[in-house]
Design a protein around this ligand. Structure first.
Ligand code: FES
Length: 145
């Protein structure tokens, strides 16, 4: 399988690994098919994502996309953060092999799930943010890819 240099770089040296203790929002998502799990922590102040960290128990592409997704979201307003899709994460990584595209969907879902958690905790409505498909947003396990 052919991985881009950026994917390899983010897999070997992932950015923003860890936890944020007083996170504003936390999102955990799992891939029902491969069993990989991704947890994203966001620190949000004045509508801006000040910090992001992640823990991913998953394949190399899942680690690389989590790493890139946290890099992309730091410094963004919530509105801008909502526009980060698995496509934008993949583009930032110079692409992924087709069989690994579903791993980048996990990263998108983890970000959205953490934003949703933030909105719930603060009782705010974020325009354009869909609730996680699973009612239990702390453990959002999607059924499809
Ligand atoms: S194979 Fe499970 S997220 Fe990549």
């Amino acid at each position: 399988m052919q991985y881009s240099e950026k994917v390899m770089d983010h897999f070997m040296n992932p950015r923003n690994v860890g936890e944020i203790e007083d996170a504003s929002g936390v999102g955990t998502v799992g891939n029902a098919k491969c069993g990989d799990i991704m947890k994203v922590y966001l620190k949000i102040e004045d509508n801006v994502v000040k910090d992001a960290k992640f823990k991913t128990f998953g394949c190399g592409a899942a680690v690389a996309t989590s790493s890139m997704a946290t890099e992309l979201i730091i410094g963004k307003t919530i509105e801008e953060a909502l526009k980060i899709t698995n496509k934008s994460v993949m583009e930032a990584l110079d692409g992924l092999p087709p069989v690994k595209v579903h791993c980048s969907c996990l990263a998108e879902e983890a970000l959205q799930s953490a934003l949703w958690d933030y909105a719930q905790k603060n009782n705010i409505k974020i325009e354009g943010l869909e609730p996680p498909k699973d009612s239990d947003h702390h453990h959002h396990i999607p059924n499809e890819e």
